[in-house]
Structures are given as structure tokens and as C-alpha cells.
Write a protein that binds this ligand. Sequence first.
Ligand SMILES: [Zn+2]
Length: 453
Amino acid sequence: MLTEFHIGLDDTDSKQGGCTTYTATLIFEKLLQENIIPADFPWLVRLNPNIPWKTRGNGALAIHLETPEEHIKRIKQIVTSTILRTSNPSIPGTDPAAIFLEGPIPDEVRQFCTSALHEVLTLKQADHLLQALNAEVYTLKGRRGIIGALAALGYGAERDHTYEIIGYRTKKMLGKPRRVDLDSVRKMDQQKELRTFNNVDPETGRVLTCPHGPDPVLIGIRGEDPADLVAAFLMVELEEPVERVMIFNTNQGTDAHFDRTSTIQDISVHQSVRLKGRVSSPPKTLKGGHVFFQLEDHTGVVDCAAYQPTGPFRNTVLRLMTGDKVDAYGGVRQGPEERLTVNLEKLEVLSLEEDVHYLRPRCASCGSSCESMGRDQGFRCRKCGQRFPRETLTRSVLPRRLRETFYLPPPRAHRHLTKPERRHHARMKGHAKVEHDQKPHVILGMLSRGPPQ
Ligand SMILES: [Zn+2]
């Protein structure tokens, strides 16, 4: 008789180093060592990326098991001792938390996750749900980590998902520049059949797989299939030792923070929103190179902005015209005078207005330009004074330099959750829904430097 047992984790990291994925990796390995085999890889669930006080990325972790009842006590011990060993709660803002939940994941937890992807949730909301669930909570210091830990339990394989393979650095190398042969990453990126994404920023050639902070991640490669990611990982030439490797199920690259549509009157600060509306003022470039326009729907008007770091995406936004219908995706920020602005992460052009221009006639006698004689009147040659009727005005429609499709900033400006260009192609999207049929420890065993078996 097997029992479903779920572990949610958050906030064992901090801005000064550490990484919740690393804690989850150690727990996962320890479980394998003790022959407790999780049903699938651990989950790295990214939550609303527009909450300014969360560490960049706002990721929480979950491990799902089906296990004999008598293992549960030992599993909890492994989790709590690993958190103690890997987190540094003396650093302000680090509030490690774990949640233990037995039985199938209730719908309320899935809804809580969806809310945590779009909104700002309170500790009170998390507590309320935890009490109703009769879940067990483990915290070291503050309790703020329970929001993410609970939300992480609510994202599963029934929703669009991808994978990430992460190689971790040895303690000795922490804080030093990462030694990875960047050309080998670029070469790996060219292997389209591996179905990876966001390895390289195409415009700048910048390699995006290696972070720069003090955290223990040497390299992370994202893609559609765990076995492909192992192959991609082995193609990259790493010039420093790798302590361990783990593969994660993730909601990265899925647009999961944009899967519901809001109206302008309902949005509030720090939300991730998708708004369907009509461009109501022509875009303009402001100081600092930021591009702004106004969007309206039947409930109100809001400013939308493509900020300078979004690079050429701003040129796309500048081509919008009043009357164009768009889906605007982004994070809500508060500007001066409590004015809300949607910081655009993506734009879908739904329909384009005609770019109509009217040209006054040239004089039929001398070829000079004509001037209007007033509203609803005809035209008069500026040079010889000859008059022409109103109907000589010609209407011309200029081609629009936009299409009815998705537009994204370059990968270097993406959030972890942003669905990249490669995944917008239908074929790739389909792949993400195919379940791989191998157990995690089998795939990890394909690595020469896999975890200890
Ligand atoms: Zn004339």
C-alpha cells in the first residue's frame, strides 16, 4: 500500500548565495541512496516574477513521492536535516520553510499555485489553507517561506512544463568566475534536435546558461526532454569540477504567469497580467529610451511600457498605432502619483488598423503643391491659383511593419517563466506534453558524473 507524500520547499536561498534547488537536490539524492525512489524529478516552480522583495526568479521546489507509510518519518528527517545543513537563516530575508502533505494534491492547492503565479499572496492566506489541509509545516525562522512552499505543491505535469539540468559547483569555486567553454554552449545550442531553449541571446551572442552571482549553479540548460538535456549537458565543455548534477521538472518557459486574462480596472501593483485591449494613444519614446503607449479596454485605460533593456522589442512597440488591438503581457508597476504601468514582457498583435494617409493633389497645370481652401472645400495651387475639387484628394494605405503574431523581447530580457520563441512553435509545444517514460534515477545514471547510486 503506497501513500502519496509531497514535500514543498522555499527560501533556503538568499541574495548572498545558496540556492533552494541545491537543497532539493541533496534531499533527492539522499532519498535515492536510501532506496526511496521519487515518482519524478523534483519540481522547480517559478512564481509571480513581479514581486520586488523576492529573490530574482522567485522559485520554490517540490518533491512528489508514492511511498510506504513507514518511510514518511524518515523522509521528513532527511528534509529537515538537509535544510538545516544548507541554509543560513542568520541572513535577513531568508526564511526557510518546508511543507509536508499526505494524499492527493487538493484542487485548492492548485488554485493557490495559480494565484501565486499572478498575484501577491499573504501569509494569512497560506496559513488559512494549511489549516484546512491539515498539512505539516517546518520553519527555521520566519514563516514567509511557507507561501512559496505551499504554492510549489500545486504545479504538476498536467500543465505545460519543461525541464532544466543543473550542474553545481564545488565549495572551493564559489564566488570565483565560472569556467565554462562558452563556444561549446553555442555549439550545443545549434543542435536543434535537442530541443533546448534560451542558451544564447541571438542578438548579442551572450551565453545565458551560466549565472553570475554567488550561488552554487555552474550551468543550467533548459529544454523539453530530460534525456536530451543529458546529451546537451555532456556536449558542454566544463573547465571546473562539477560537484553534482540534477534535472528538474519546471514551469519555466511556459507563460504560466499569464494564463488568465484581466481587465484594466481589476489590476493592481506587482501582479502579472494579460490584458486584451486597444491602443488608445500612439507610442512614444521617453527619456532613457523607454517606450510608452496607452491601452484601453471597456473598463479603463493603462500605460504600457517597453523598458530600455528589452532592446529591439521597443522598435516593435513603436510601430503600434492607435486602434490596433493587442494582448499585452507584463508586470504591473506603480509609477508617480500611484499611476499603474504595465511593464511589457510580451505582446500579441490581434488586429491592425489600416495606416491611411490622404494626399493633396498636385496642380494639373504647373505641378506645384496645392493647399486646402478649408474644411470640405477644394484645393488651390500655391503657385498659379488654379482650383481643384475636393475629390482630387487621394487616399493611400501604407503597409504596416507589424503582423498579427507574438512579439517578445530578446531572451536576455526574459523572465524564467516567459515562453520563448522556440516554444511558440506548435510542434515544440506538443512535445512538452509527452511524458518521458524513464524513472529519474535511470536518466541521471546516463551522466558520467551522476549522483552516487
Ligand atoms: Zn498651378
